[in-house]
Ligand binder design. Structure first.
Ligand SMILES: Nc1nc2c(c(=O)[nH]1)N[C@H]1C(S)=C(S)[C@@H](COP(=O)(O)OP(=O)(O)OC[C@H]3O[C@@H](n4cnc5c(N)ncnc54)[C@H](O)[C@@H]3O)O[C@H]1N2
Ligand code: MOO
Length: 414
């Protein structure tokens, strides 16, 4: 089947759409999502919409790095294991105490980790290097000026940018935001995705399998992939192979959906409900120069939500999600990092690939040796191989054979 986008893909197979062209078509469908100010606890996995400038320094004040005694280092220059220096202990300084009197020469303050350094003290001797005295303390070693003191601003200076717009907020980014006092952050709203599985042969896992039936797996897998990519997923399973039922199932969700992802029902069979329902309703179907994942479609359902139709074979649908949907979804939700990391790896075994199509084989990349081993055959129904894989090998369109030891690009999945 030719299509009007399938004119030039550089593969010598002009009836197929180039992978890059379909990627661009899908990406163009999604608008950037709005920015919302959300409590920090709601921001995990979201993309920061504006730079975060620290209003305070971190640490905010000089403080002790150890439980011990705040001292003047000059007072302990002669201290050693056999000649302890004895100092009177005048104050006890737990973390949080603010009324700490200055340290007088020849004295010590007992101090806890995180407590504010008293004015006049320039070092802390850890409790392990003393006799742990409370009225007086004997120090068994000297300390360097500044030793065991955490200086104000040595982590973050007030006014510094601690996080830049487009950062994906993982636990440590939320940690630094909280540490500089942010209670909420401007973040992009996730893309709201409706995942639809169709097929009369599909039944829900957990129910007994009748002859001719299979357990539905794409819906769960694609919804999980959407969430893992930072999107919001609603799963609508088992729309029967019936065009009217398809439209009825969609109707209540249209207002709250940015992107509809379907799987199945798009190839050349007599009962292709997705294709039948979406043709003439804003979606174009094509064949992409790719294996697995050849039958694809995209557009806007009746001028409303973006639509991407993925092929039903489970590996095809997941690989297609990785290649077409995930980057577009992350870009629309404001993430700077939209692509999976790609490494060069040496093939542990030879392979062959179809001419004129970009092939995505499933593999396990071993970072220690820089090698990649294939997981399962190329068939797009071989889900167990995908489940063992940690990467996709990207075999270019013009490559039909590779010897063991050849280098290939691998897209890391975890
Ligand atoms: N004559 C042709 N036949 C096929 C072509 C073609 O070009 N000409 N393309 C083949 C390729 S390539 C693929 S990929 C598939 C795509 O088919 P559909 O997208 O129409 O998907 P279905 O026919 O509905 O299903 C294919 C396969 O996947 C299973 N499936 C579907 N949905 C699910 C689900 N939610 N969970 C688990 N498994 C699912 C379904 O049972 C079928 O086995 O078409 C080839 N045929
Ligand atoms: O596109 Mo199909 O994915 O080759 O099985």
């Amino acid at each position: 089947m030719a299509d009007d986008r399938g004119v030039s893909n550089g593969t010598g197979t002009p009836d197929l759409t180039a992978v890059a062209d379909h990627q661009a078509a899908v990406a163009a469908l999604l608008q950037p999502t709005p920015v919302l100010v959300e409590p920090l606890a709601e921001c995990l996995g979201r993309a920061l919409a504006e730079d975060l400038v620290a209003p305070i320094s971190l640490p905010p004040f000089d403080n002790s790095a150890m439980d011990g005694y705040a001292v003047r280092s000059v007072d302990l220059v002669d201290a050693g294991p056999d000649q302890p220096v004895k100092l009177p202990v005048l104050e006890d300084v737990p973390a949080g105490r603010v009324d700490v009197p200055p340290l007088q020469p020849g004295t010590a303050h007992r101090i806890m980790t995180g407590a504010q350094m008293p004015p006049g003290a320039d070092a802390v001797i850890p409790v392990e290097r003393t006799d742990r005295g409370t009225d007086h303390v004997q120090a068994f070693s000297s300390v360097q000026p500044g030793q065991h003191v955490r200086r104000a601003g040595e982590d973050v200076a007030a006014g510094a940018t601690v996080l830049t717009a487009g950062t994906t907020l993982a636990p440590s980014q939320l940690g630094v935001a909280a540490a500089v006092g942010a209670a909420q952050l401007p973040v992009h709203r996730p893309v709201r995705v409706l995942v639809l599985s169709t097929g009369s042969e599909l039944i829900e896992p957990g129910t007994p399998l009748q002859p001719g039936q299979i357990y539905e797996s794409n819906g769960l897998m694609l919804s999980a992939a959407v969430r893992e990519a930072g999107g919001e997923a609603t799963l609508l399973r088992f729309v029967p192979d019936d065009v009217d039922a398809f439209h009825r199932a969609l109707a209540p969700h249209l207002e709250s959906t940015d992107l509809l992802i379907t799987s199945g029902g798009v190839s050349a069979g007599a009962y292709e409900v997705v294709k039948d329902a979406l043709t003439g309703n804003g979606v174009e179907f094509t064949k992409v120069a790719m294996q697995p994942g050849m039958p694809q479609g995209c557009g806007r359902y009746r001028g409303g939500p973006a639509v991407v139709t993925l092929p039903g074979n489970p590996v095809s649908s997941m690989v297609s999600f990785e290649v077409f949907v995930r980057p577009a979804l992350r870009a629309a939700a404001g993430h700077r990092t939209t692509q999976r990391p790609v490494r060069r790896a040496a093939l542990a075994e030879p392979l062959t690939a179809p001419a004129g199509k970009r092939q995505y084989r499933r593999g396990r990349f071993d970072p220690a040796t820089g090698t990649v081993s294939l997981q399962g055959a190329p068939g797009s129904h071989l889900l167990a191989g995908l489940a063992k894989a940690n990467c996709l090998l990207e075999i270019p369109e013009d490559v039909t054979e590779l010897a063991a030891g050849s280098t290939v690009d691998v897209m890391l999945l975890d």
